[in-house]
Design a protein around this ligand. Structure first.
Ligand code: 5GP
Length: 114
């Protein structure tokens, strides 16, 4: 499957290297990187290389590729507490119109919070 990319999409530009990012894991179908405005230390995003705005518009193969990456990131971060978040639509707080999964570590008050 050929991934659809949009010239003016910020996350497509990140995949293509036209905008710099702190890359974590890349596969044929997915790309992951640190969020530029982290909610907590290690906040990462996993995105499909196919440009779709909302999750229900994304071909299954891209969905299937993304979740193991979120899992690997959680393991690599070594956190026992984290949220996986994915927003669809403005009312649901989606700001970037390219499907993305947040991996957000959660820390106790005594753990280091970045
Ligand atoms: P949303 O609210 O759409 O679910 O989340 C969009 C996320 O993308 C936000 O957490 C925001 O910080 C992140 N973001 C937006 N632009 C960039 C960028 O250019 N680089 C990176 N690394 N993250 C971005």
């Amino acid at each position: 499957t050929t991934a659809r990319t949009l010239a003016n999409c910020i996350f497509c530009k990140i995949v293509k290297g036209e905008i710099p990012s702190f890359k974590l894991i890349e596969t044929e179908l997915s790309y992951s990187f640190l969020d530029i405005g982290p909610v907590s230390k290690g906040h990462a995003l996993v995105i499909p290389k196919h440009c779709a705005v909302k999750m229900h518009e994304l071909p299954d193969e891209y969905l299937a590729d993304a979740m193991p990456i979120a899992k690997k990131i959680a393991i690599a971060l070594g956190v026992e507490n984290y949220n996986i978040l994915q927003n669809n639509g403005r009312i649901a707080h989606q700001e970037v119109d390219h499907v993305h999964f947040h991996v957000i570590p959660k820390y106790s008050a005594t753990e280091h919070e970045g």
